[in-house]
Design a protein. Structure first.
Length: 363
């Protein structure tokens, strides 16, 4: 982790578990102006790791018979996904990103519309939306009305926050309370998490780092976005948590204590999906998987929001876990074709992943 900090990351912190042993550590600063050190117990905006919590909540409702995985979403939310599309798109397709519904983000943040085309990319929308209160229905409408990303059910799927905002509305429809309330009571509290919550406002409760966004070198020096209204992506990427809580959550989930074994098997049925960075990943229902040669297969999720990157991975046998948080996002500058340029942080992170997830240092 010191290597990651030396390579240019302001602060990095993690918890690694290995067969009952727990290691926590941190390197660098939580505030580049004051030099306040980062600590391993700090809270972090965990981005799309939120999707695993949402998916677990939906599967609980499947177990109770209130939701059917292969039922059309139009039967539950006809106003949000009307017509033929609502008949073709199923709950499962929303969960595994094969709905064909595109990402609404470029419409909610117009200065990002041409991402990653450098001449048209600007951070203006990030500042314009810092305190803006979005309604889920207006964001969903942006995604539903945009050009389709594919046919419902076709693969590879296309990763889209539109899917998970719809799942939040589905949970509200069948439970009679907000998705955030339901997930708090039935997922967060069931897992015994003490420092995980949907933020009530733009500020994070408890000790946390500032969160610096580089936007591919367009914000230089990177700007702090730790104070931000997360209504633009709440059931897609709104949670705040800690590395300790994330390891506990995935240990509990993958141990069959939040959803039953049948539901967990559904969550681990993967399809190819193209993520927001244009890479193909193996995605299940709110979970995806990575395989490290000579080390094993890991389940979990990663997450990004303005200024924060987080990931949490658990080996298939459950014995090795790594949850890692960083307070600088999109540090790679883009070349003229819009491709991220290599940065020393990338090499330092590769070495960290190898040691943290596999237990063997590199070099």
């Amino acid at each position: 982790m010191d290597g990651v900090h030396r390579a240019g990351m302001p602060g990095v912190y993690a918890e690694v578990r290995d067969a009952g042993q727990v290691w926590r550590g941190a390197s660098g600063v939580a505030d580049v102006r004051t030099g306040r050190p980062v600590r391993p117990d700090m809270r972090q905006r965990v981005g799309s790791i939120t999707k695993t919590f949402v998916a677990a909540a939906v599967l609980q409702q499947v177990e109770q018979g209130r939701i059917r995985l292969d039922a059309p979403i139009g039967g539950y939310l006809p106003r949000l996904v009307p017509g033929e599309r609502g008949k073709k798109i199923t709950v499962r397709m929303l969960l595994n990103h094969t709905s064909g519904l595109p990402e609404y983000l470029p419409y909610a943040f117009p200065s990002l519309k041409e991402w990653p085309s450098l001449p048209d990319l600007s951070p203006k929308s990030l500042d314009d939306n810092r305190f803006k209160q979005f309604r889920p229905a207006e964001l969903i409408e942006m995604g539903v009305n945009a050009p389709a990303a594919g046919e419902p059910g076709s693969t590879p799927g296309v990763y889209s926050n539109t899917n998970y905002l719809l799942l939040g509305q589905l949970l509200e429809r069948v439970t009679g309370t907000t998705a955030e309330n339901y997930i708090t009571r039935n997922v967060i509290e069931r897992a015994g998490l003490q420092h995980t919550e949907f933020p009530a406002g733009p500020r994070i409760n408890g000790p946390h780092s500032r969160m610096y966004e580089g936007l591919f070198g367009l914000i230089d020096p990177p700007r702090d976005y730790s104070v931000y209204n997360m209504s633009w992506v709440m059931t897609g990427a709104g949670l705040v948590s800690t590395t300790e809580d994330l390891n506990r959550f995935y240990d509990t989930l993958l141990g069959g204590k939040i959803v039953n074994r049948s539901s967990l098997a559904q969550m681990q049925r993967t399809v190819p999906v193209i993520n927001l960075e244009g890479q193909q990943i193996d995605y299940g229902l709110g979970l995806h998987t990575v395989t490290i040669p000579g080390c094993g297969t890991f389940w979990g999720h990663d997450g990004s929001t303005w200024g924060a990157l987080t990931m949490s991975w658990t080996r298939a046998d459950g014995k090795r876990q790594m949850s890692l948080a960083m307070n600088l996002a999109r540090w790679n500058k883009l070349d003229s074709s819009g491709n991220p340029q290599h940065h020393p942080i990338d090499d330092a992170l590769a070495a960290l992943y190898q040691q943290a997830m596999c237990g063997n240092p590199v070099g």
